[in-house]
Design a protein around this ligand. Structure first.
Ligand SMILES: [Zn+2]
Length: 214
């Protein structure tokens, strides 16, 4: 490993949003092939506050990615979803917006569909318990479309939008564009936005004496 790549890990401190004690933020650099450098950001406070996010270092404009999922090759396309990313499947009328408990992850298109399927199964169960036949039928229909898409039998479009530019669909077939400021302003960003320019770097975790373990 080159010296440069081994020195992308460091820590900063902020005051905890819950208890206001000092909170250490761990920054861990990583490379995604054909995509670039990303940073995993994690923090854990004694008061139970947890935070995890992913930041793409090479791109900061508000972005819109769109991929028409037509076959198995598309299902394995990698997706980086930060806490500020909104995922949409227009054909199903589904929007997954950032919320107070949103998490960041690196997955693929199939993984995204699988996560959405889990949510739809739960929502369908609740609709059935409520005796809402219309919502139950709609939920079952969406479940079938998602399963068919994961079997390559149904074309669906996966859209991911991120006002912070930290989410992406990594595929030659994905169409991407910059969001205009009005579109970006309408998106939710999740719970916490780090202003990296004002974060103070406290120490270099590359120094083995100061490295922090989980
Ligand atoms: Zn705390």
């Amino acid at each position: 490993m080159s010296e440069e790549s081994s020195c992308r890990n460091f820590v900063t401190t902020i005051s905890c949003p819950l208890c206001h004690e000092e909170l250490i933020i761990n920054w861990q650099g990583d490379d995604i092939p054909y995509f670039g450098e990303i940073m995993y950001i994690t923090a854990r406070c004694d008061c139970s506050f947890r935070f995890a996010d992913t930041m793409i270092l090479t791109q900061r404009d508000p972005v819109h990615y769109e991929l028409k999922v037509e076959g198995p090759g598309d299902l394995s396309s990698r997706v980086v979803r930060s806490t500020s990313g909104t995922i949409r499947i227009p054909e199903l009328g589904i929007d997954v917006e950032p919320g107070s408990v949103s998490e960041s992850y690196v997955t693929n298109i199939e993984g995204i569909m699988d996560r959405i399927l889990d949510v739809v199964i739960t929502a369908t169960k609740w609709a059935k318990e409520d005796g809402d036949e219309e919502r139950t039928a709609k939920g079952l229909e969406i479940q079938q479309m998602l399963r068919d898409a994961m079997d390559g039998k149904q074309e669906l479009t996966v859209v991911i939008e991120d006002p912070m530019g930290n989410s992406a669909i990594i595929s030659d077939r994905a169409v991407s564009r910059t969001l205009d400021p009005k579109e970006a302003a309408e998106l939710k960003t999740g719970m916490i936005v780090f202003d990296t320019s004002s974060s103070e770097m406290e120490m270099d975790a590359c120094d083995p004496d100061h490295s922090i373990t989980d």
